[in-house]
Design a protein around this ligand. Structure first.
Ligand SMILES: [Zn+2]
Length: 206
């Protein structure tokens, strides 16, 4: 048996997914890959959802400070229109796009583009996030990054959402971008699921 060697396809497009919890370096990795495509002379574009307005609307900025110009889109269809004709297309925070992002990526890849989609694998409840399960299924290449658990220092695969220092209610809004101090990366053992709506009655009573 020959060793498994990870090589890029010779022709046509393909999909790479970079996923993980918050603070795992997803945006940094996305920027690294797109920057290298640019250096190779390829036309490269990063698209991000309009909802993500932390730091800088016109750029993707990693927590570590890496930065690359980006355009915003509100839907999968808009991603398809904006990214048409590019050799390499990065999509940041891909979990925030509607389900149409799956078809949009398929069109771009079928047209010969290399698409790199980065985003959260799980929401703050620990459940699969948006179109991410489907994208992980159909991708040629998958990288699941881990962060460092803010509690124990172990490998963190989950995002803990905290409201006033306590685990966020299970029934709370999924999308809350930009409040850096209300999220922690945690390992499975340190992850604390929030109270559900029924148990929330206890919180009201207290
Ligand atoms: Zn831990």
């Amino acid at each position: 048996m020959p060793p498994v060697i990870r090589t890029q396809p010779h022709a046509g497009g393909w999909l790479e997914v970079v996923c993980g919890p918050m603070f795992s370096g997803k945006s940094e990795e996305l920027i690294r890959r797109l920057r290298r495509a640019e250096i190779a002379g390829q036309r490269a574009l990063i698209v991000k959802p309009l909802i993500d307005d932390r730091y800088d609307v016109g750029h993707v900025v990693s927590h570590a400070g890496a930065k690359m110009r980006a355009v915003t889109a509100q839907s999968g269809g808009e991603v398809e229109r904006l990214a048409g004709g590019y050799d390499a297309v990065g999509i940041d925070e891909v979990q925030f796009f509607d389900d149409a992002i799956v078809g949009a990526i398929d069109v771009l890849v079928s047209g010969g583009a290399r698409v790199v989609a980065a985003g959260l694998a799980q929401d703050f409840r620990g459940l699969p996030f948006g179109a991410m399960p489907t994208l992980l299924c159909v991708a040629e290449f998958v990288d699941k990054l881990e962060a460092v658990c803010h509690r124990c220092g172990g490998p963190a695969t989950m995002t803990q959402r905290l409201v006033d220092g306590r685990p966020a209610p299970f029934g709370g809004e999924t999308i809350q971008v930009g409040a850096l101090d209300s999220y922690e990366a945690r390992c499975r053992a340190c992850f604390a699921p929030g109270l559900d709506v029924a148990a929330g009655a206890l919180a009201h009573a207290g």
